[in-house]
Design a protein around this ligand. Structure first.
Ligand SMILES: [Zn+2]
Length: 246
C-alpha cells in the first residue's frame, strides 16, 4: 500500500510533472493555488520512499508535522494576479526574472492557509540532471504578523532569497559583496550574527532595494525603520548584484 501511495503521488504531484507543463514561451514560471498548491507543499514535506515499514513511520511523522504547521487562513493573502504584476515589475525595472528566476523554472504556490512558523518559504530542489528548481510557497500572513507585514513585502522578501540562491547556488550562504553595504547601512553588527539571521536580513534589504521609489515602497515595513539614504543604498546594491559581472 505504501509503495502504491508513493507511485500515486509520484504520478499526480511530482515536480517533474509540474515542470513538464512549462511552455517554451516566456515567462517560464507558474503560479498555482487551491488544491494544487497545498498538494505541492505536502509533497515537498513528505519523506522520500525508503521501504514500506520505514516509509510508513516517516509518513506518519510528516503527517503530524503538516497538521501542526498548517492552520486555517487569516484571509491576508497575495493573489495570483498580484504575483504576476510583481514579477512583471521586477522584470521591467531590474531584469530580475530573466537574470535570476528564469534559470530555476520557478513555481509560486499560493497555499491558502497559515503556517505556524513562516509567512512564506522558498525551497531549492534539484532535478535528475542537477538543475536547481525553485519552489516558492506563499501562505496567508500569520495572525500575529498582520500588523507588521504585508503580503507584498513577504513576496519581495522571498525574491531576495532567490537572489541569494542565484548568487551562491545554495541556501547556505549570502553574497560577500553585499556585506560592506549592510555594515554601513543599518547593520553594523552584521558579521557577528548567525548565518540564518544574516540571510533573513539580506532578503529583507533586497526587498527594500527592489521596492524603493516604486508603488510598493510604502508596503515595506522597513521603509519606516530605515533612513532614506540607507534605503537608496540597498536599491543600488540590488542593481549592482544584478549586473552581468557581479
Ligand atoms: Zn526569509
Amino acid at each position: 500500500m505504501i509503495t502504491r501511495f508513493y507511485q500515486q503521488i509520484g504520478l499526480r504531484f511530482s515536480f517533474t510533472n509540474i515542470d513538464n507543463t512549462f511552455s517554451e514561451k516566456k515567462p517560464r514560471y507558474r503560479v498555482i493555488s487551491g488544491g494544487a498548491a497545498a498538494s505541492a507543499y505536502a509533497v515537498t514535506v513528505l519523506p522520500p520512499y525508503i521501504s514500506p515499514v520505514k516509509s510508513l513511520k516517516a509518513l506518519q511523522t510528516a503527517g503530524s508535522l503538516l497538521e501542526s504547521w498548517l492552520q486555517p487562513g487569516s484571509g491576508v493573502f497575495i493573489t495570483a494576479e498580484q504575483v504576476n504584476t510583481i514579477l512583471d515589475f521586477v522584470e521591467s525595472e531590474f531584469g530580475l526574472f530573466s537574470k535570476v528566476l528564469a534559470g530555476y523554472d520557478p513555481v509560486f504556490a499560493l497555499v491558502d492557509c497559515c503556517h505556524s512558523e513562516f509567512n512564506s518559504e522558498i525551497v531549492l530542489l534539484h532535478n535528475a540532471s542537477g538543475r536547481g528548481i525553485l519552489r516558492h510557497f506563499v501562505f496567508n500572513i500569520k495572525p500575529d504578523a498582520i500588523e507588521e507585514v504585508t503580503p507584498e513585502y513577504v513576496f519581495f522578501h522571498e525574491l531576495g532569497h532567490a537572489m541569494q540562491i542565484e548568487h551562491d547556488e545554495t541556501l547556505e550562504a549570502f553574497p560577500e559583496s553585499a556585506v560592506e553595504t549592510l555594515l554601513a547601512n543599518g547593520f553594523p553588527g552584521f558579521r557577528s550574527i548567525p548565518l540564518y539571521n544574516q540571510q533573513e536580513i539580506f532578503a529583507d534589504m533586497m526587498s527594500v532595494g527592489l521596492m524603493f521609489h516604486s508603488p510598493y515602497q510604502e508596503l515595506n515595513p522597513f521603509t519606516r525603520l530605515l533612513e532614506p539614504q540607507h534605503q537608496e543604498a540597498y536599491h543600488l546594491l540590488v542593481k549592482k548584484l544584478l549586473e552581468p559581472d557581479k
